[in-house]
Design a binder for this molecule. Sequence first.
Ligand SMILES: [Zn+2]
Ligand SMILES: [Zn+2]
Length: 397
Amino acid sequence: MTDHHNHHHETTTTTTKNKNKHVVANDVDDDDDDDDDMNEQPLLMHKYSSQMDQFSMTPIGSLMLWFVKYGMRIFGYAMVLFASALFLFHFFFYFRVLMPLVIPSLTSSSIVTIDDTINVDDAQAKQQQMTSKHMMATVFHMLMGLFLGLNMVYNYVQTVRTSPGTVPREWLDQFEESSVEQARNASVSAVRGKSVSKYCGKCRQMKPARAHHCHVCDTCVCRMDHHCPWVNNCVGYKNHRYFLLFLFYLWCCSVYMSLMMVGASWNWIEHSAFVLNEWQVWITFDMVLCGSITLTMSGFLGWHIYLVATNQTTIEFQFNKLRLVMERGTGKVAINEYDVGVKNNLNQIFGFGTRSMLWALLPSTRDLPLDGVNYPTLSSLSYGNNYNYSKPEDHMV
Ligand SMILES: [Zn+2]
Ligand SMILES: [Zn+2]
């Protein structure tokens, strides 16, 4: 669904390893000389890519693309509805069912019985203690539920409604017609460099580095990660942080819900005589659901944190891995030239600037430091148009 195959060595820079194992980038700023440093692997990819393009031009190919496009869109709307229904159900379930079940069990150790051994004053003091404990537990679980739940929903809604980043008009306008024509006719990327790399045959316009054409959204997406049916949208430069935060808060919510349900079930087992309730089947069912989400999200979230920390998209990761395998034993080492240090990498996505990284976790619509088209690279240490959130020397790697 994504044109993975057009993607080649501008994501990784071939470097030669000299004898003292110092890695030197040698493949930058070569707008003028193009193919002389290319090895066979990227050419192979392009051959494959053009075969794919040719197939998509045939009647069967275009019919398949049409089904992919509209099928995925309809599927996406269904998934968004389904996810929203799940969120709504869990808000109700947490506040109306789980909290009233769990909190008495937390505070029941101080259940007061008035008998001959204690006097009325003691009993009143104990009652008061219980009430304040109960209140504290209620406030705590209320705030936790609201904080995690609202953050999850906010980031979900933002991922759905924020454009992943299309190619800006101003960026397209800077190209002369002749250079666009040259890029269009080139079988391999003829216009290469920091920002200009490709031409999109579908959009019939220049395609910036790290951008890919999404066949579902039917447009080129800046720093495209993948098209996600759960949000019926592409995950790209502009909404990547919302997507990541959504994964993070979804993970938190499912862990927290699972713990609450263990608490509620424990209460039921202990005091089954008086708290056996109509919700027990739901609790058991939802424990399985939240447990599965926790497991899945642990892997998926960890994977995406790794990708962002190393400044790779899901698409780029495939090619970086492929290059590592292909160049094994050739004396060349493929590196990811966009990886400019963990903090810088995260900042490109979250835009916390010089503040603490914890700011990234809070809901915000703050501007991102890059324009989505230009990315600083390890070899050039260049800066994007809006890369002005701190001084250059802070970015030295
Ligand atoms: Zn395109
Ligand atoms: Zn898409």
